[in-house]
Write a protein that binds this ligand. Structure first.
Ligand code: B12
Ligand code: SF4
Ligand code: SF4
Length: 223
């Protein structure tokens, strides 16, 4: 299977191919079948608005779950190319952020989200394609984390309820704020800490996309 064929198929479905690598035992990639280790893992994600446009066009008004839509698309691609699809939202959780750092220039930012030199904080992972075949996935010249040259780190001070402190994220404080009228700015446009980051501004999620994601986040974390 040619790498370009796989990338074209991923892009046709509205996703972004996010690099790949040959996993070793420390990467905790499950075997394709008993005794059949994965030779190539290709990450699939979104950056900016491209995936949202496809999802918004195709989403079923009765079931607008992004995870269901993703699964439908990636399961089809996996079947076509003879791969197994793995997802970030199924438990036990696969270490997607660790895989991301092996697949391309992603680095963990001070607010826990992986930062990419081009996409900034405006990207995520939708799945991974695990192949039993070895495919060489070239990696561009390594680029350092944008956070290294960002001395003021505005992401750490932009949250109205100081949810990011001492290297941790106070989910309760964030969710409580989002559920109140004061939280409408985060709900309608997306996390203000993410917005404070100067990198990847061309990829900032649209209002509709941000509101959909924030609403899903609030619904699944409200106690
Ligand atoms: C559980 C979960 C949450 C929980 C708890 C998060 C936590 N920090 O513990 C809650 C519900 C709070 C949450 C919130 C959000 N999440 Co979340 N979450 C997950 C999920 C499903 C599992 C995380 C996990 O336990 N992984 C298992 C461990 C073993 O994997 P790991 O790769 O080793 O991940 C760990 C390391 O990266 C580690 N880590 C931290 N610092 C460092 C530094 C270094 C050097 C290294 C190596 C590792 C490391 O932190 C991770 C554990 O959280 C992941 C998807 C996934 N499968 O990983 C998404 C994921 C991390 N979430 C994501 C997002 C976008 C969010 C939100 C912004 C939601 C939103 N509104 O869009 C918020 C805010 C997150 C924040 N600021 O921290 C994205 C991040 C994308 C990115 N660019 O990195 C992920 C990858 C999902 C995706 N579909 O892409 N999330
Ligand atoms: S604001 Fe600075 S420190 Fe924070 S994520 Fe962006 S580049 Fe990194
Ligand atoms: S969504 Fe709003 S309240 Fe939650 S962490 Fe981001 S800035 Fe803070």
């Amino acid at each position: 299977m040619q790498l370009q064929t796989i990338i074209t198929r991923i892009e046709k479905a509205g996703f972004v191919a996010r690099g790949g690598f040959k996993p070793g035992p420390a990467d905790l990639v499950p075997d394709i079948a008993e005794g059949v280790p994965v030779q190539t893992l290709i990450l699939v994600g979104n950056a900016g608005a491209s995936m949202w446009k496809s999802f918004a066009k195709e989403r079923d008004p009765g079931s607008d779950l992004l995870d269901d839509w993703t699964k439908e698309k990636l399961d089809d691609i996996a079947e076509e190319i003879g791969a197994k699809a793995l997802y970030p939202f199924t438990q036990p959780y696969h270490p997607f952020q660790r895989w991301a750092q092996k697949a391309e220039d992603c680095h963990i930012s001070p607010i826990g989200i992986a930062i990419h030199p081009d996409y900034g904080l405006w990207h995520a992972y939708r799945g991974a394609l695990a192949l039993g075949e070895r495919i060489d996935v070239p990696r561009p010249e390594p680029r350092e984390s944008p956070c290294l040259s960002c001395l003021d780190k505005p992401c750490l001070s932009a949250c109205p309820v100081n949810a990011f402190q001492d290297d941790s994220y106070d989910v309760g404080a964030c969710v409580h704020h989002l559920g109140k009228p004061d939280g409408s700015k985060c709900m309608s446009g997306g996390c203000l800490a993410r917005h404070a980051c100067p990198f990847g501004r061309d990829y900032v999620y649209s209002g509709e996309q941000a509101n959909f994601l924030m609403s899903a986040f609030l619904a699944s974390n409200r106690r």
